[in-house]
Design a protein around this ligand. Sequence first.
Ligand code: SF4
Length: 237
Amino acid sequence: MDFHELNARITSCRKCPRLVEWREEVAHVKRKAYLDQEYWGKPVPGFGDQKARVLVVGLAPGAHGSNRTGRQFTGDASGGFLYPALYRAGFANQPSAESRSDGLILKDMYITASARCAPPDNKPNPEELNNCQPYLEREIQILNPKVIVCLGRIAFERILKIYSALTLTLSQTGRGDSRWKFAHGALFKLESGVWILCSYHPSQQNTRTGKLTVKMFDEIWAKARELIELEKFFDEQ
Ligand code: SF4
């Protein structure tokens, strides 16, 4: 299955009744500021360079962001913090993300999520995350990324779960092992050679309170860039 087929499957998925109801209800009622817009109201597929070495994994679409625009981190405050950082780090051709037709192109980066449908209170439940996990697994198989940046603890735990199932790497240490603990800037290397880099999620809750600053976020993308350059160096030896 390639990205085209995978994304077609994702956008037509109705596996989680609670999320299907919520995403469609939000798309129907709309926020006052967007009453004149047609909401996407469906699962949001991954977005970016389909040959990327860096995979970014977020949580889930925002009700009036991705669930409205149909593209990851597009049209809300989280994207308003993320894309300028990616632009500064050279992963994006522009700092803004407003709609699927705004000309945004990602370079060497693919952005996806732990759950593809907007959840109430931004909280997908464990069953919903499990339902959605095969899509993330398939993206990893297609891309074979060198670096995975996890935006938030839920994305990190999802990635650990996937790699626990795929390889012995994590089951040998155990996912409860304190060495595999989420922290902003935490960096892990799997036996397969894939780097896992953790960052706080760029949600308003984190950026408005100063838990995640511009400088802290820029350091994440600089580290991601450093890691792919390092891998390139070793590949060429
Ligand atoms: S969250 Fe994932 S599995 Fe659940 S309905 Fe949406 S796309 Fe399907």
